[in-house]
Design a protein around this ligand. Sequence first.
Ligand code: UD1
Ligand code: MG
Length: 457
Amino acid sequence: MTQSSHAFVILAAGKGSRMLSDRPKVLHQVGSLPLLGHALRSTEPLNPAHLIVVAGHGAEAVEAATARLAPAARTVRQTEQLGTAHAVDQARDLLADFDGDVTVLYGDTPFIRTETLERMNAARQDGADVVILGFDTPDPGRYGRLMITDGDRLHRIVEFKDASPEERAVTLCNSGVVMAPAALLFDLIAQVGNANASEEYYLTDIVGLANDRGLTCRAVTCDPAETLGINTRAELAGAEAVFQAARRAELMAAGVTLTAPETVFLSADTRIDPDCVIEPNVVFGPGVTLAPNVTIRSFSHLEGATVASGAVVGPYARLRPGARLSEDTRVGNFVEVKNADLARGVKVNHLSYIGDAEIGPASNIGAGTITCNYDGFLKHKTSIGAEVFIGSNTMLVAPVSIGDGANTGSGSVITRDVPEGALAIARARQDNKPGLATRLRDMLRQKKAALAAAKPE
Ligand code: UD1
Ligand code: MG
């Protein structure tokens, strides 16, 4: 499928009642990406000429998500859910002038592989007029059944509700994915009626109709795991587990060490280069990129962060969106970094909050440092130069900047800019009162003894 002669219609109008959710089913997430996003992504390598999402339940949310996930995609609305054929028919006008193939996908079926779509395309090139993706399973449940005759010709698809006991005994099931030339597909759909157990317009009826015209329909089969559809929260969790296992395996195969893979959670867009080491219990939210040789230590949570080679993050670190760590940086335990650039060799090793900041090369940020970036209304920036030493427990009240090679004294509240090379101390001067501690303790000891004596037995 190198030529861009393919259009995709992704059905996403269904309610997904069994999710018991206000959110449209296709917007529930696996690997921090909506199910619809997975379906859209599977089409990318095929360079689609048209990408159309059929929205219905929660259409506004689905339309907004589509615009965000795949700006080239268009949406159409199916205001009443009258069946899968009726859903595909909503794309008819948008594809009126298109003479390539149309592939129908489901928005709630996230794992169809590009290779599988390519095999379907090969069957089309091989002369099949309509190609259906099927799968064989010992537990065919309520799936539509594929009726094969004459070797490999697909003769008919029977929906479970309409199937006889003999037909229900067939274990070759319909995944829902259909590939056919646009004109033929819409022509066949126009002929589909709704005289069936569900009174719905079944897309699956196009197979019988095509056979009536003497056309050839074929089934291509795939692993049932690919066709996994999501209808319930339990199935969503199952899909998440399948997704995580696959991504972990992919990363390890590509040269990433996962010490305890089953405890590392990845997003669909997580990018980790070879020779990174990910210790147990690490979560990657969306938008994380790690260059080679990064170590993420246990119990860290990363999201929207970019980390360069040689950096060590954690244990117990939190990188939030816009955290950009250069080569050989250190972000240690109980440190949160948000929207901040840490230049090469910067160390923030303990108990700090660094937000809306930039820190120059080789600067050291002492334990307990906080960039006070928010005044309750607006966010402000902290700029720290190169080779700066920020003393422990410094409050940097932004907007503020610290010049190259400057120091701040521990416990300082820095509200004014610090010039290059200066030492800023902003705390009350220490006052020692000789002997006062001893006198104070004597007094308190006597007071406690007097109270104990006055207490009735
Ligand atoms: C469908 C197939 C069945 C197949 C099964 C695989 C038909 C008639 N049946 O059955 O052969 O084994 O999928 O999962 O096609 N949708 C719309 N608008 C509608 C109806 C459905 O957008 O009017 C969408 C749904 O949101 C869903 C998909 O199409 O994503 C499939 O619909 P669903 O109702 O789940 O079909 P099944 O009965 O499961
Ligand atoms: Mg279904």
